[in-house]
Design a binder for this molecule. Structure first.
Ligand SMILES: [Zn+2]
Length: 382
Protein backbone atom coordinates (compact mmCIF):
# COMPACT_ATOMS: atom_id res chain seq x y z
CA UNK A 1 0.00 0.00 0.00
CA UNK A 2 1.25 3.50 -0.80
CA UNK A 3 2.76 5.38 2.13
CA UNK A 4 1.00 8.70 2.55
CA UNK A 5 1.53 8.98 6.28
CA UNK A 6 2.53 12.64 6.33
CA UNK A 7 -0.05 13.95 3.90
CA UNK A 8 -2.52 14.57 6.70
CA UNK A 9 -5.60 16.33 5.41
CA UNK A 10 -3.76 17.95 2.52
CA UNK A 11 -5.15 16.66 -0.76
CA UNK A 12 -4.30 19.60 -2.99
CA UNK A 13 -1.23 21.53 -4.03
CA UNK A 14 -0.90 25.23 -4.72
CA UNK A 15 1.15 26.20 -7.75
CA UNK A 16 2.23 29.33 -9.58
CA UNK A 17 0.91 28.54 -13.04
CA UNK A 18 2.32 30.26 -16.13
CA UNK A 19 -0.70 30.88 -18.34
CA UNK A 20 1.11 32.82 -21.05
CA UNK A 21 3.40 35.84 -21.42
CA UNK A 22 3.58 37.86 -18.18
CA UNK A 23 0.70 35.95 -16.59
CA UNK A 24 1.12 33.90 -13.42
CA UNK A 25 -1.87 32.59 -11.49
CA UNK A 26 -1.96 30.76 -8.17
CA UNK A 27 -3.95 27.60 -8.84
CA UNK A 28 -5.03 24.66 -6.71
CA UNK A 29 -4.19 21.25 -8.15
CA UNK A 30 -5.30 17.86 -6.87
CA UNK A 31 -2.58 15.64 -5.47
CA UNK A 32 -2.11 12.51 -7.58
CA UNK A 33 -2.49 8.86 -6.70
CA UNK A 34 0.97 7.33 -6.95
CA UNK A 35 2.10 4.26 -8.84
CA UNK A 36 5.17 2.10 -8.39
CA UNK A 37 8.39 4.09 -8.02
CA UNK A 38 6.61 7.43 -7.96
CA UNK A 39 6.92 10.02 -5.21
CA UNK A 40 5.19 13.15 -4.04
CA UNK A 41 7.53 15.77 -2.59
CA UNK A 42 6.40 18.76 -0.54
CA UNK A 43 8.64 21.60 -1.66
CA UNK A 44 10.60 23.49 0.99
CA UNK A 45 12.61 25.69 -1.35
CA UNK A 46 12.86 26.26 -5.10
CA UNK A 47 15.50 28.26 -6.92
CA UNK A 48 14.60 31.24 -9.08
CA UNK A 49 16.88 31.76 -12.05
CA UNK A 50 17.34 35.09 -13.81
CA UNK A 51 16.90 33.26 -17.11
CA UNK A 52 13.31 32.50 -16.10
CA UNK A 53 12.56 36.14 -16.87
CA UNK A 54 12.83 35.26 -20.56
CA UNK A 55 10.36 32.42 -20.02
CA UNK A 56 7.99 34.68 -18.07
CA UNK A 57 8.09 37.33 -20.78
CA UNK A 58 7.03 34.70 -23.28
CA UNK A 59 10.20 34.86 -25.36
CA UNK A 60 10.18 31.12 -26.04
CA UNK A 61 7.39 30.03 -28.38
CA UNK A 62 7.89 26.36 -27.59
CA UNK A 63 7.18 27.07 -23.92
CA UNK A 64 4.21 29.32 -24.64
CA UNK A 65 2.70 26.43 -26.59
CA UNK A 66 3.10 24.21 -23.52
CA UNK A 67 1.28 26.64 -21.20
CA UNK A 68 -0.13 26.20 -18.68
CA UNK A 69 3.05 25.08 -16.98
CA UNK A 70 4.86 25.47 -13.67
CA UNK A 71 8.35 26.98 -13.67
CA UNK A 72 11.18 25.86 -11.42
CA UNK A 73 13.84 23.18 -11.82
CA UNK A 74 15.90 23.64 -8.65
CA UNK A 75 13.95 21.81 -5.97
CA UNK A 76 14.47 20.71 -2.37
CA UNK A 77 11.65 19.17 -0.38
CA UNK A 78 10.42 16.36 1.85
CA UNK A 79 8.96 13.11 0.58
CA UNK A 80 5.32 13.08 1.72
CA UNK A 81 4.08 10.04 -0.19
CA UNK A 82 5.53 7.06 -2.01
CA UNK A 83 3.96 4.74 -4.55
CA UNK A 84 3.69 1.01 -4.02
CA UNK A 85 6.08 -0.63 -4.28
CA UNK A 86 8.39 2.29 -3.47
CA UNK A 87 11.33 0.99 -5.56
CA UNK A 88 13.45 3.81 -4.14
CA UNK A 89 15.87 4.16 -1.26
CA UNK A 90 14.11 7.23 0.12
CA UNK A 91 11.19 7.20 2.53
CA UNK A 92 8.42 9.50 3.67
CA UNK A 93 9.98 12.32 5.69
CA UNK A 94 13.33 12.30 3.89
CA UNK A 95 14.66 15.60 2.54
CA UNK A 96 15.47 15.12 -1.14
CA UNK A 97 16.31 16.90 -4.33
CA UNK A 98 14.97 15.86 -7.71
CA UNK A 99 17.08 16.34 -10.80
CA UNK A 100 15.59 18.52 -13.53
CA UNK A 101 15.86 15.89 -16.26
CA UNK A 102 16.09 12.14 -16.40
CA UNK A 103 17.02 9.39 -18.88
CA UNK A 104 14.53 8.09 -21.43
CA UNK A 105 13.86 4.41 -22.02
CA UNK A 106 16.76 4.27 -24.44
CA UNK A 107 18.63 6.53 -26.86
CA UNK A 108 22.28 6.84 -27.77
CA UNK A 109 22.97 9.79 -25.46
CA UNK A 110 21.04 8.41 -22.48
CA UNK A 111 22.82 5.08 -22.96
CA UNK A 112 26.05 7.07 -22.68
CA UNK A 113 24.77 8.65 -19.47
CA UNK A 114 24.28 12.07 -21.07
CA UNK A 115 20.58 12.36 -20.34
CA UNK A 116 20.61 16.16 -20.61
CA UNK A 117 21.29 15.59 -24.31
CA UNK A 118 18.54 12.96 -24.69
CA UNK A 119 17.70 12.40 -28.35
CA UNK A 120 14.10 11.62 -27.45
CA UNK A 121 13.78 14.95 -25.64
CA UNK A 122 15.01 17.49 -28.19
CA UNK A 123 12.99 20.28 -26.57
CA UNK A 124 14.69 19.61 -23.23
CA UNK A 125 11.48 18.99 -21.33
CA UNK A 126 11.99 18.51 -17.63
CA UNK A 127 10.95 20.16 -14.40
CA UNK A 128 9.86 23.71 -15.07
CA UNK A 129 9.14 23.07 -18.74
CA UNK A 130 6.55 20.29 -18.95
CA UNK A 131 2.99 21.19 -19.89
CA UNK A 132 0.40 20.73 -17.15
CA UNK A 133 -1.71 18.96 -19.76
CA UNK A 134 0.49 15.97 -18.97
CA UNK A 135 -0.89 14.33 -15.83
CA UNK A 136 -0.63 14.94 -12.96
CA UNK A 137 0.43 18.49 -13.79
CA UNK A 138 2.79 19.07 -10.87
CA UNK A 139 5.95 19.42 -12.96
CA UNK A 140 7.70 22.42 -11.46
CA UNK A 141 9.28 23.92 -8.39
CA UNK A 142 7.06 27.00 -8.14
CA UNK A 143 4.55 25.04 -6.10
CA UNK A 144 3.89 23.44 -2.75
CA UNK A 145 4.30 19.93 -4.20
CA UNK A 146 6.07 18.27 -7.09
CA UNK A 147 5.32 14.90 -8.66
CA UNK A 148 8.29 12.56 -9.17
CA UNK A 149 7.82 9.96 -11.92
CA UNK A 150 9.43 6.56 -11.76
CA UNK A 151 12.23 7.51 -14.16
CA UNK A 152 13.22 10.71 -12.34
CA UNK A 153 16.46 10.92 -10.38
CA UNK A 154 16.08 11.57 -6.66
CA UNK A 155 18.87 12.16 -4.15
CA UNK A 156 18.64 12.23 -0.38
CA UNK A 157 20.05 15.45 1.08
CA UNK A 158 22.74 14.79 3.71
CA UNK A 159 21.43 15.45 7.23
CA UNK A 160 24.27 17.83 8.02
CA UNK A 161 23.33 20.19 5.19
CA UNK A 162 21.01 23.12 5.88
CA UNK A 163 18.14 23.79 3.49
CA UNK A 164 19.73 26.75 1.70
CA UNK A 165 23.08 25.04 1.20
CA UNK A 166 21.25 22.01 -0.16
CA UNK A 167 19.41 24.20 -2.68
CA UNK A 168 22.61 25.84 -3.89
CA UNK A 169 24.42 22.50 -3.80
CA UNK A 170 21.90 20.56 -5.87
CA UNK A 171 21.78 23.06 -8.68
CA UNK A 172 24.39 25.75 -9.23
CA UNK A 173 27.19 23.91 -7.42
CA UNK A 174 26.39 20.74 -9.37
CA UNK A 175 26.70 22.76 -12.57
CA UNK A 176 29.94 24.37 -11.43
CA UNK A 177 31.41 21.00 -10.49
CA UNK A 178 30.47 19.30 -13.71
CA UNK A 179 31.55 22.20 -15.93
CA UNK A 180 34.96 22.50 -14.27
CA UNK A 181 35.48 18.75 -14.54
CA UNK A 182 34.30 18.65 -18.15
CA UNK A 183 36.73 21.45 -19.06
CA UNK A 184 39.53 19.72 -17.17
CA UNK A 185 40.34 22.70 -14.94
CA UNK A 186 42.80 21.74 -12.25
CA UNK A 187 45.73 22.71 -10.06
CA UNK A 188 47.73 25.67 -11.29
CA UNK A 189 45.31 26.69 -14.03
CA UNK A 190 44.58 30.39 -14.31
CA UNK A 191 40.86 30.94 -14.71
CA UNK A 192 38.81 34.07 -15.41
CA UNK A 193 35.08 33.82 -14.74
CA UNK A 194 32.90 36.33 -16.58
CA UNK A 195 29.68 36.95 -14.70
CA UNK A 196 29.46 36.63 -10.90
CA UNK A 197 25.90 35.33 -10.73
CA UNK A 198 25.26 32.21 -8.65
CA UNK A 199 26.49 30.07 -11.52
CA UNK A 200 29.70 32.01 -12.03
CA UNK A 201 30.35 32.00 -8.29
CA UNK A 202 29.89 28.23 -8.16
CA UNK A 203 32.35 27.80 -11.05
CA UNK A 204 34.85 30.02 -9.24
CA UNK A 205 34.46 28.13 -5.96
CA UNK A 206 34.93 24.74 -7.59
CA UNK A 207 37.94 25.90 -9.64
CA UNK A 208 39.53 27.36 -6.53
CA UNK A 209 39.02 24.13 -4.63
CA UNK A 210 40.58 22.22 -7.54
CA UNK A 211 43.73 24.27 -7.07
CA UNK A 212 43.21 26.76 -9.87
CA UNK A 213 43.78 30.49 -9.46
CA UNK A 214 40.62 32.43 -10.20
CA UNK A 215 39.64 35.97 -11.15
CA UNK A 216 35.94 36.82 -11.22
CA UNK A 217 34.78 39.71 -13.39
CA UNK A 218 31.51 41.59 -13.09
CA UNK A 219 30.11 45.06 -13.65
CA UNK A 220 29.41 47.88 -11.24
CA UNK A 221 26.10 46.57 -9.91
CA UNK A 222 27.76 43.24 -9.03
CA UNK A 223 29.63 44.48 -5.95
CA UNK A 224 27.81 42.12 -3.53
CA UNK A 225 28.43 39.19 -5.81
CA UNK A 226 32.08 40.10 -6.30
CA UNK A 227 32.53 40.27 -2.54
CA UNK A 228 31.10 36.75 -2.37
CA UNK A 229 33.57 35.66 -5.07
CA UNK A 230 36.45 36.74 -2.86
CA UNK A 231 34.96 34.86 0.10
CA UNK A 232 34.75 31.76 -2.10
CA UNK A 233 38.46 31.91 -2.88
CA UNK A 234 38.90 34.18 -5.91
CA UNK A 235 42.31 35.87 -6.03
CA UNK A 236 40.74 38.99 -7.47
CA UNK A 237 37.27 40.31 -8.19
CA UNK A 238 37.30 42.96 -10.90
CA UNK A 239 34.72 45.41 -12.18
CA UNK A 240 34.50 45.91 -15.92
CA UNK A 241 33.55 49.41 -17.00
CA UNK A 242 31.72 48.85 -20.29
CA UNK A 243 33.73 50.34 -23.12
CA UNK A 244 36.98 50.18 -21.15
CA UNK A 245 37.94 46.57 -21.78
CA UNK A 246 41.59 47.60 -22.26
CA UNK A 247 41.80 48.65 -18.64
CA UNK A 248 40.28 45.37 -17.51
CA UNK A 249 42.84 43.42 -19.55
CA UNK A 250 45.60 45.39 -17.83
CA UNK A 251 44.09 44.63 -14.43
CA UNK A 252 43.90 40.93 -15.24
CA UNK A 253 47.54 40.91 -16.37
CA UNK A 254 48.54 42.41 -13.03
CA UNK A 255 47.22 39.20 -11.43
CA UNK A 256 47.98 36.55 -14.07
CA UNK A 257 50.54 36.58 -16.89
CA UNK A 258 48.02 34.65 -18.96
CA UNK A 259 44.51 33.25 -18.67
CA UNK A 260 44.29 29.54 -19.47
CA UNK A 261 40.51 29.26 -19.18
CA UNK A 262 37.74 31.82 -19.50
CA UNK A 263 34.41 30.61 -18.15
CA UNK A 264 31.71 32.73 -19.80
CA UNK A 265 28.83 32.67 -17.34
CA UNK A 266 27.41 36.15 -17.90
CA UNK A 267 25.32 35.58 -20.99
CA UNK A 268 26.16 39.10 -22.16
CA UNK A 269 26.74 39.36 -25.90
CA UNK A 270 29.77 41.60 -25.36
CA UNK A 271 31.30 39.05 -22.99
CA UNK A 272 31.86 36.58 -25.82
CA UNK A 273 34.24 39.00 -27.54
CA UNK A 274 35.87 39.87 -24.23
CA UNK A 275 36.47 36.18 -23.56
CA UNK A 276 38.35 35.91 -26.85
CA UNK A 277 40.58 38.82 -25.83
CA UNK A 278 41.16 37.52 -22.31
CA UNK A 279 42.12 33.95 -23.12
CA UNK A 280 45.74 33.12 -23.91
CA UNK A 281 46.95 31.64 -27.18
CA UNK A 282 45.89 27.98 -27.23
CA UNK A 283 43.70 28.62 -24.21
CA UNK A 284 40.09 27.52 -23.70
CA UNK A 285 36.81 29.39 -23.50
CA UNK A 286 34.14 27.45 -21.62
CA UNK A 287 30.71 28.80 -22.53
CA UNK A 288 28.07 27.99 -19.92
CA UNK A 289 25.55 30.72 -20.65
CA UNK A 290 22.81 31.43 -23.13
CA UNK A 291 23.46 34.26 -25.56
CA UNK A 292 21.67 33.30 -28.70
CA UNK A 293 22.59 36.27 -30.84
CA UNK A 294 26.26 36.75 -29.95
CA UNK A 295 28.41 36.92 -33.08
CA UNK A 296 31.48 34.71 -33.29
CA UNK A 297 34.76 36.17 -34.56
CA UNK A 298 36.19 32.98 -36.00
CA UNK A 299 39.34 34.74 -37.25
CA UNK A 300 40.18 36.04 -33.78
CA UNK A 301 39.75 32.53 -32.41
CA UNK A 302 41.83 31.03 -35.22
CA UNK A 303 44.68 33.49 -34.72
CA UNK A 304 45.01 32.41 -31.10
CA UNK A 305 44.16 28.74 -31.70
CA UNK A 306 41.46 29.03 -29.04
CA UNK A 307 39.43 26.00 -28.02
CA UNK A 308 35.75 26.70 -27.36
CA UNK A 309 33.78 24.31 -25.17
CA UNK A 310 30.14 24.37 -24.21
CA UNK A 311 28.86 22.80 -21.03
CA UNK A 312 25.21 22.20 -20.24
CA UNK A 313 23.74 21.00 -16.96
CA UNK A 314 25.15 18.35 -14.68
CA UNK A 315 24.60 14.65 -15.43
CA UNK A 316 25.75 12.33 -12.63
CA UNK A 317 26.97 15.19 -10.45
CA UNK A 318 24.29 15.98 -7.85
CA UNK A 319 25.48 13.50 -5.22
CA UNK A 320 29.07 14.71 -5.55
CA UNK A 321 27.91 18.32 -5.37
CA UNK A 322 25.92 17.72 -2.18
CA UNK A 323 28.97 16.00 -0.70
CA UNK A 324 31.11 18.97 -1.74
CA UNK A 325 28.59 21.34 -0.12
CA UNK A 326 29.00 19.40 3.14
CA UNK A 327 32.80 19.62 2.88
CA UNK A 328 32.59 23.36 2.27
CA UNK A 329 30.24 23.78 5.22
CA UNK A 330 32.63 21.86 7.47
CA UNK A 331 35.39 24.23 6.35
CA UNK A 332 33.30 27.29 7.18
CA UNK A 333 31.69 28.11 3.82
CA UNK A 334 27.91 27.86 4.01
CA UNK A 335 26.64 27.98 0.45
CA UNK A 336 23.19 28.84 1.78
CA UNK A 337 24.53 32.28 2.60
CA UNK A 338 24.49 33.00 -1.13
CA UNK A 339 20.69 33.08 -0.80
CA UNK A 340 19.89 36.73 -0.19
CA UNK A 341 16.20 36.88 -1.09
CA UNK A 342 13.31 34.58 -0.18
CA UNK A 343 9.76 34.99 -1.45
CA UNK A 344 6.51 33.11 -1.11
CA UNK A 345 4.70 31.66 -4.10
CA UNK A 346 2.38 34.63 -4.50
CA UNK A 347 5.43 36.81 -5.17
CA UNK A 348 6.92 34.65 -7.90
CA UNK A 349 6.66 37.29 -10.62
CA UNK A 350 8.43 39.82 -8.41
CA UNK A 351 11.03 37.22 -7.43
CA UNK A 352 11.90 36.73 -11.10
CA UNK A 353 12.30 40.48 -11.56
CA UNK A 354 14.56 40.66 -8.51
CA UNK A 355 16.65 37.72 -9.72
CA UNK A 356 17.02 39.46 -13.08
CA UNK A 357 18.27 42.74 -11.54
CA UNK A 358 15.17 44.54 -12.76
CA UNK A 359 14.53 46.12 -9.36
CA UNK A 360 16.70 48.13 -6.99
CA UNK A 361 17.62 44.92 -5.16
CA UNK A 362 21.04 43.41 -5.79
CA UNK A 363 20.54 39.74 -4.97
CA UNK A 364 22.95 36.87 -5.18
CA UNK A 365 20.56 33.89 -5.16
CA UNK A 366 16.77 34.21 -5.07
CA UNK A 367 14.47 31.42 -3.92
CA UNK A 368 10.80 30.67 -3.36
CA UNK A 369 9.79 29.23 0.00
CA UNK A 370 6.16 28.04 -0.06
CA UNK A 371 5.90 27.97 3.73
CA UNK A 372 6.62 31.71 3.91
CA UNK A 373 3.02 32.34 2.88
CA UNK A 374 1.86 31.54 6.38
CA UNK A 375 4.93 32.74 8.25
CA UNK A 376 5.96 36.13 6.90
CA UNK A 377 3.25 38.51 5.70
CA UNK A 378 4.21 39.53 2.20
CA UNK A 379 7.42 37.52 2.27
CA UNK A 380 10.15 39.85 1.08
CA UNK A 381 13.89 39.92 1.33
CA UNK A 382 15.44 37.63 3.90
ZN1 LIG B 1 17.30 9.55 -24.16
Amino acid sequence: MADTSTLGGSRAATAVVYKGPEVFHLDTISLPELGAGELLVEIEMAGVDGSELHMFRGEFDHLNKRAPLIFGDEIIGRVVATGSPSERDVAVGDRVTVEARWPCAGCLMCDRGQYYLCENNPNREGYGQISMSKAPGLWGGYATHVFVPKAALVYRVPDELDLGSALVGCSVLANGLRWNNYAGIGAGDRVAVLGPGPQGLACAAVAHRAGAKVIVIGVEHDSERLAAATRLGAEAALILVPGDEDRLLDQVREVFDEVDYVIEASGATSAKALATRLVRHQGTIVNVSVSASAPVDWMALLRKEVTIMHALSHPHTVEAALKLAVEMKNEGTKLGELITHRFDLSEAAHAIQVASFNTDERPIKVVLVPSLAGAVPGGGPA
